[in-house]
Write a protein that binds this ligand. Structure first.
Ligand SMILES: [Zn+2]
Length: 246
């Protein structure tokens, strides 16, 4: 099934049931890199998961707006996403303005996700740092009353953070998700972005995909599973049951 990528203003989005999860990404491919396996797993478990890309991610050396959009469509279908949209904010120049905050908050009010996933807050890429700041502020604004924003006031319960960073950080995640059964879906969603991760990249091992594979295996090793994905949280995690621990 092909899932459309929505680019119209949030006020004109077709009515939809609330999402369980909205992953917000500075560029198309960040959600897949950071948590493609967990997204595929959540969807397998029956959750409604959407991705909002803030910018087109273009220009890049081997991409174009058309190519990137087609690649995003392939990745969206590989993950079987419930919803995907692009907010149309300026790539490379992403800034936390009041207008951008209102736009992102409007998406939150229309999509009504219970939880939001944002990029990890420490990064070298200014778009990523701006995105995190923007998402946190928009989450707060989404609950305001007496505004011009579309939809009803709404407050996503939690913000969590995925890792798609441009710094060689020795990160200490808050938790790691077992994605052993979903590495293949993650790899397919990343390979969809040929212009970003295949064209112009080294073809001799280790390729970029090899490196991502090693990373997933290393996170998996830490939890005694084949593959894993790390996450961070600023607020304490709440668990329904201690049985969820591996
Ligand atoms: Zn990015």
């Amino acid at each position: 099934m092909t899932i459309p990528i929505y680019t119209q203003p949030p006020a004109e989005l077709p009515a939809t049931d609330p999402l369980d999860i909205l992953v917000v990404a500075p560029h198309p491919d960040d959600a897949e890199l950071g948590m493609g396996g967990t997204i595929a797993k959540m969807i397998d478990e029956g959750m409604r998961v959407g991705v909002l890309d803030l910018t087109t991610g273009e220009p890049t050396p081997h991409g174009s707006e058309t190519i990137r959009r087609e690649e995003t469509q392939v990745a969206t279908d590989a993950l079987n996403l419930t919803w995907r949209g692009n907010a149309g904010l300026p790539n490379r120049k992403l800034v936390h303005t009041l207008e951008a905050r209102e736009l992102v908050a409007s998406y939150f009010r229309m999509l009504r996700p219970r939880w939001i996933f944002a990029p990890y807050w420490n990064d070298a890429h200014p778009d990523h740092v701006a995105a995190t700041d923007l998402i946190e502020a928009a989450r707060f604004w989404a609950k305001l009353s007496k505004t011009e924003m579309p939809g009803e006031r709404f407050h996503p319960e939690r913000v969590y953070y995925y890792f798609c960073i441009h710094l060689r950080l020795a990160i200490t995640p808050s938790w790691i998700v077992d994605i052993s059964d979903h590495w293949d879906a993650k790899r397919a969603s990343i390979q969809a972005y040929q212009s970003q991760f295949v064209q112009g990249r080294p073809t001799e091992p280790p390729t970029l995909i090899d490196q991502l594979h090693h990373e997933a295996a290393n996170w998996g090793r830490l939890i005694n599973r084949r593959y894993g994905e790390p996450f961070a949280t600023k607020e304490p995690l709440a668990m329904k049951s201690i049985r969820d621990l591996i």
